[in-house]
Write a protein that binds this ligand. Structure first.
Ligand SMILES: Cc1ncc(COP(=O)(O)O)c(C=O)c1O
Length: 438
């Protein structure tokens, strides 16, 4: 007999879905499936409620099933789902909004996932420069395709080495992707010099939230801008997490640095599948959506009405700035509260993140490079997360996963979560002291 309805559904699923889930990072321990999400709360199949900070890996920003977003989507799809010809007025309004808000974007095209967006951005960079190599950063995740799926959360032994994350990747694609250290401008400059005239693009998360929680040090993004200009490489900010979540202008507006291309996804349609590539007109016009273009751009579902309307509704709900003010304030409160809990427990903690994002790492600071991340006490991290889940706080029970605050969280949610966090840490430490498995 499975221990819970979640476990029973996962067991049933495993007969027809490999491993029982539709994307590799949805398996959790404890095993969980949810039947309802409302605002900041989730309810599992057994009726237990959780304050949710997982937010579907950050895709949900306004709260689960936000009524304005879902009603707008329902109204839009009554007449319009997908026509596959021309453009809808809603698609144009969405593009105009993105151009209005994101400083470096003069033109934009939409697609359905962050991985599609980074794939299209890199291909465009290769197309316009006629070069093959790209630079990514250790610890950054930029999507599932062969161009970028290497050196993400690498173990210490593979930092600085070839670390593809999957079988079946093309050797040529893996080797065309050079890996530099985040926040190490000298490493980037040296790599560009060593491969002079060969690097099409430098792609990065401007805040390395997948690393997790590494903020760019002063001058890093500006230095990348200058180095790309010097070497004729396209600078791509992968703002799939940071765009819209940190502000309607993305992190580029906060940093005051303009990339050539930007990828957007996740938070900007509050859980609906919408992503985008935007940038300088001169580059964007090379896509074959333009009759004179020579870089292929396609996708059957691009611009479907559900995603576009969800994106428009989400952007409009963010435009007065109140949500960002709210989540930045709660994020600061959460990070400070977690630091204090670590101090009281007498264990080294460092809280990474920015704005609405936080991650409690069990290590001495600083948290500046991926080498720092390797000091995290993985065993304690996972034990702590599992204790949180048992007590009704849903942060993904996996090592180094970031957590997300959204518009629906309240001060009271944060305060209650901090009480549970303290209790969970103490339970995790006690269990470890007596050698109990997590
Ligand atoms: C920074 C970043 N870029 C790209 C992606 C890929 O997005 P998707 O999972 O929608 O393909 C992710 C997903 O986590 C991401 O965090």
């Amino acid at each position: 007999m499975p221990a819970s309805l979640s476990a029973a559904l996962l067991d049933r699923a495993a007969a027809s879905i490999p491993g029982g889930v539709n994307t590799c990072r949805r398996r959790s321990e404890p095993r969980l499936c949810f039947r309802r999400g409302r605002g900041a709360y989730l309810e599992d199949l057994d009726g237990r409620r959780y304050i949710d900070y997982h937010a579907a890996y950050g895709a949900v920003f306004l709260g689960h099933s936000h009524p304005v977003v879902t009603e707008r989507v329902a109204a839009a799809i009554a007449d319009t789902v997908l026509f596959g010809v021309g453009v809808t007025e809603a698609e144009v309004r969405l593009a105009e909004k993105i151009v209005e808000h994101v400083p470096s974007i003069e033109q934009v095209v939409v697609c359905n996932s962050g991985s599609e967006a980074t794939y299209h951005a890199i291909r465009l960079a290769r197309g316009v420069t006629g070069r093959e190599k790209i630079i990514k950063f250790q610890g950054c995740y930029n999507g599932f395709h062969d161009y970028v799926l290497r050196n993400v959360l690498s173990p210490a032994a593979l930092v600085g080495e070839r670390d593809p994350q999957s079988k079946g990747m093309l050797d040529a694609a893996i080797d065309a992707t050079l890996v530099c250290r985040f926040n190490d401008l000298e490493d980037v400059r040296a790599t560009l010099a060593q491969h002079a005239g060969e690097v099409a693009a430098v792609i990065l998360e401007p805040v390395a939230h997948n690393a997790p929680g590494l903020l760019p040090v002063d001058g890093f993004l500006e230095g990348l801008r200058a180095a790309c200009d010097e070497h004729g490489s396209v600078l791509i900010f992968d703002e799939v997490i940071t765009g819209f979540r940190h502000g309607l202008g993305g992190y580029q507006e906060i940093a005051g640095v303009r990339p050539d291309l930007t990828t957007l996804g996740k938070a900007f349609a509050n859980g609906f599948p919408l992503a985008a590539v935007g940038g300088r007109r001169e580059l964007m016009e090379r896509y074959t959506t333009n009759p004179d273009g020579d870089v292929h751009y396609g996708g059957t579902y691009n611009g479907n009405a559900a995603a576009v309307e969800a994106g428009l509704a989400t952007i409009e709900l963010l435009e007065d700035g109140a949500v960002h003010e709210h989540v930045f304030r709660l994020g600061a409160r959460m990070r400070a509260g977690l630091e204090a809990i670590g101090r009281r427990a007498g264990v080294p903690v460092t809280v990474g993140g920015f704005g609405s994002l936080f991650v409690l790492c069990f290590m001495e600071g600083p948290l500046v490079s991926y080498d720092d991340v390797l000091r995290n006490d993985t065993d304690l991290f996972v034990r702590y997360r599992r204790e949180l889940v048992r007590r009704g706080i849903f942060e993904m029970p996996e090592s180094l996963g970031r957590s997300h605050i959204g518009a629906a969280h309240t001060d009271d949610d944060i305060d209650r979560s901090l009480v549970v966090a303290e209790d969970s840490l103490s339970a995790a430490l006690d269990a470890r002291a007596v050698g109990r498995p997590s």
